[in-house]
Design a binder for this molecule. Structure first.
Ligand SMILES: [Zn+2]
Length: 430
């Protein structure tokens, strides 16, 4: 981050927790413990790869759809039960493209409507707070939410209003990442300019999202170079359904500091080594990697195929998930290898309302099915914290807050604390 911009961002009063040490003063924070239905204390998590436009509440979408006179295909009765298959994944998709087909159905319920945009942003903050997410970076494409009625900046301002209101009320910190879209390079330079303009309103970076098979990143390179000049942070979706080369290009040509997904690096030791050497953060999304079939090509031939319902808060969702993640001999998912090798990765939901998951589900899934150890899961949280796009001051405050939640104060030493801040893993990977 360029020093001039960093200094100007420091000590700006934002409504979350990072610059306010009096967390216990919030009655809403206590209230959240009652809303959390799992019956144990809230975890303290950091989530970096979550699409705001894939996180709308089903009930809100249904309500907004009804206001617009919801009609389902083939004259189907417009009930919530019949509506869900159009907005959520029910099982494994054939491809990422099939997963993404849900979006054109429900985005119009929210797009172009400033009240709806503000509402879903506010609800997003509440939903993250209920799950014990202390800090999150929500990403979205402003252009994808204009519906040709609003300007991209109107979308950003509406979303910022909802996020600010949510942060004040639910006492967590949310920042935003604006997405460039592979198929629309004409938007990318404007995204960089908007990220610059709204930097003081919580925009911390840019992303490149969309179909990496059919749309190369070349036309987006000038925008990402400009982002570097302006000190705007960068993440790129790469190596999800694409190749390891796509990850290398994201790092070398778009100067990506983080990679969305990146599973394909498992195919190329030189890219795997590049990620490790540069300590590039991998934003991994376990359920989405299976639902989109992104990791199917790595399945060993002798793997067991099983299907189970995704459980949320003790209730079955309508989504079933093939979780052939175990061969007869070993657990094989790329994330399992990332953990074993101590790569800098974390867990996120990607599109939780489309996948019907929560961040807790992702941690449970990684523990039960990928056999990650509790220490590795804890490492994920701290990997995420040290890889946020916050400025150094805020990042240190976040890490301190997490340390206070995870490590008893009595055993904390200055040496231990300093090591954590300087990116040294504090748990050994097994
Ligand atoms: Zn994503």
């Amino acid at each position: 981050m360029d020093k001039q911009h960093e200094d100007s961002e420091e000590n700006k009063a934002r409504p979350g927790i990072l610059l306010d040490s009096d967390e216990k003063s919030s009655p809403h924070h206590r209230h959240l413990h009652h809303r959390h239905s799992l019956g144990y204390p809230l975890p303290s998590l950091v989530e970096l790869h979550i699409h705001l436009d894939g996180s709308f509440r089903h009930s809100t979408l249904f309500e907004l759809a009804q206001k617009k006179g919801l009609q389902l295909p083939n004259g189907m009765e417009p009930t919530m039960e019949n509506f869900l298959p159009y907005i959520c994944v029910q099982s494994v998709c054939k491809s990422l493209a099939e997963f993404l087909e849900k979006f054109p159905f429900f985005i119009p319920m929210v797009a172009g409507n400033v009240e709806a945009l503000e509402r879903v942003a506010y609800e997003f903050v509440e939903d993250q707070a209920i799950q014990g997410v202390l800090y999150t970076e929500a990403r979205y494409s402003p252009h994808g939410l204009t519906a040709d009625k609003l300007k991209a900046q109107d979308v950003i301002e509406a979303i910022n209003r909802g996020l600010q209101r949510g942060m004040k009320e639910f006492f967590i910190d949310v920042r935003t990442i604006l997405c460039c879209i592979r198929s629309h390079p004409q938007w990318s330079m404007e995204i960089v300019n908007l990220a610059d303009k709204y930097r003081s309103a919580g925009v911390v970076g840019i992303d490149l999202a969309g179909d990496e098979h059919n749309y190369p990143l070349d036309p987006h390179i000038p925008a990402f170079k400009r982002a570097v000049e302006l000190g705007i942070h960068r993440t790129v979706h790469a190596g999800e359904t694409g190749s390891p080369e796509s990850v290398r290009q994201a790092i070398e040509l778009c100067h990506a500091e983080r990679i969305g997904h990146g599973y394909a690096i498992i195919e190329d030791p030189s890219v795997y080594d590049l990620i490790r050497r540069k300590d590039i953060h991998l934003e991994c999304c376990l359920t989405s990697s299976i639902q989109t079939n992104a990791v199917a090509k790595y399945i060993p031939k002798d793997s067991e195929k099983q299907e189970k319902h995704i459980m949320l808060h003790g209730h079955e969702t309508t989504t079933t998930l093939h979780y052939h993640i175990k061969s007869r001999k070993e657990v094989w998912h790329p994330i399992h290898h990332f953990a074993r090798d101590g790569l800098n990765f974390s867990l996120s939901c990607d599109d939780p309302s489309v996948s019907q998951i929560t961040i807790e589900h992702e941690y449970q899934h990684a523990l039960a099915d990928l056999k990650l150890s509790p220490a590795q899961l804890t490492q994920c949280v701290f990997n995420a914290a040290r890889s946020t796009f916050l400025n150094d001051n805020e990042k240190q405050l976040l890490i301190q807050r997490l340390l206070a939640k995870y490590i008893p104060k009595e055993i904390m030493t200055d040496h231990f604390h300093d090591n954590m801040i300087s990116n040294t893993p504090f748990t050994k990977n097994t």
